[in-house]
Ligand binder design. Structure first.
Ligand SMILES: *Cc1c(COP(=O)(O)O)cnc(C)c1O
Length: 228
C-alpha cells in the first residue's frame, strides 16, 4: 500500500471512530484533502483512491495545479487568506471558499463569479482564539457579515470555518470549536440556514468532530509533512 493510501485510510478510520464515539454518522463529515505544497501527481493519486475534495491555500500555486488536473471531476476548496487582487481566480475556478472574513471580498467574489458556474459555496471564517490568532472575523461580527453575504447573488452561504491557535490543550481546542458551533446557532436563529461547520485539521479533527464539525481539512495526515 502506498503512503497516500495509508494516510487516507488512517484518516477515514479516525473520522469513523470519532463519529461513532459521539453518536454521529461518519457520512455527514466531509473530508477535504489539503494538497497545498504537494504536486499534481500526488493529488491525482489521491483522486485515483476515491478522494474528491481538495483544499488549497495559495491562488498562484493552486491554479496551475488545477489546470494540470482539469480532466478530474474534483471539488476545489479555497482555504487560505484572500487578497483582494486574487479574488478573480478564486471566483472563476473554485467550488468553495472557507476563508471569507470581510464583506468587501464577498462582494468581489459575487461580482466575479461566472454565470455559467453554480453558485460559489462560501463559509465565513471566525477567529475563535482571540488575540492568539489573526485571521477570521471576531465572533461578534460573524452575524452581521453573514447577513450581508447571504443575499449576494452567485454566492451560497453554507456555514462557518475556524482555525484555532496551535495548542496541545485538548480542552482549549474544544472550547474554540464549541464557540464556532454557538456562533452558527445564533446565525441560524436569525433566519439564515447554515449546514456546514468547517473545523478540524490533522492534529485536532477528533475534537472538532466531538463538537459538531461537518467538514475536516486534513493535509499532513494524508500527504505527509510539507516542505515549507
Ligand atoms: C494547511 C491547512 C490545513 C491542513 O493542515 P494539516 O495540519 O496539514 O492537516 C487545514 N486548514 C487550513 C486553513 C490550512 O491552512
Amino acid at each position: 500500500m502506498g503512503t497516500i493510501e495509508k494516510g487516507l485510510q488512517g484518516v477515514k478510520s479516525r473520522i469513523a471512530s470519532a463519529a461513532r464515539e459521539h453518536r454521529r454518522d461518519p457520512r455527514e463529515i466531509v473530508l477535504v484533502a489539503v494538497s497545498k505544497a504537494h504536486g499534481q501527481a500526488r493529488v491525482r493519486e489521491a483522486y485515483g483512491l476515491g478522494q474528491r475534495d481538495f483544499g488549497e491555500s495559495y491562488v498562484q500555486e493552486a491554479l496551475p495545479k488545477m489546470d494540470a488536473l482539469a480532466d478530474l471531476r474534483a471539488t476545489w476548496h479555497f482555504i487560505g487568506p484572500i487578497q483582494s487582487n486574487k479574488t478573480r481566480g478564486i471566483a472563476e475556478r473554485f467550488d468553495w471558499v472557507h476563508s471569507l472574513d470581510r464583506v468587501r471580498i464577498a462582494e468581489r467574489l459575487s461580482a466575479q463569479r461566472p454565470d455559467a458556474l453554480a453558485a460559489l459555496n462560501v463559509l465565513v471564517q471566525v477567529n475563535t482564539s482571540g488575540e492568539a490568532s489573526k485571521s477570521g472575523c471576531a465572533p461578534e461580527e460573524a452575524s452581521a457579515i453573514a447577513q450581508a453575504v447571504a443575499p449576494l447573488p452567485r454566492l451560497r452561504l453554507r456555514g462557518l470555518m475556524t482555525v484555532p491557535e496551535p495548542t496541545p490543550e485538548r480542552a482549549v481546542l474544544r472550547a474554540r470549536f464549541r464557540l464556532l458551533r454557538e456562533v452558527a446557532e445564533r446565525i441560524r436563529e436569525g433566519g439564515i440556514p447554515l449546514d456546514t461547520l468547517s473545523m478540524g485539521m490533522s492534529d485536532d479533527f477528533e475534537e472538532a468532530i466531538a463538537c459538531g464539525s461537518t467538514l475536516v481539512r486534513v493535509g499532513t495526515a494524508i500527504f505527509g509533512a510539507r516542505e515549507q
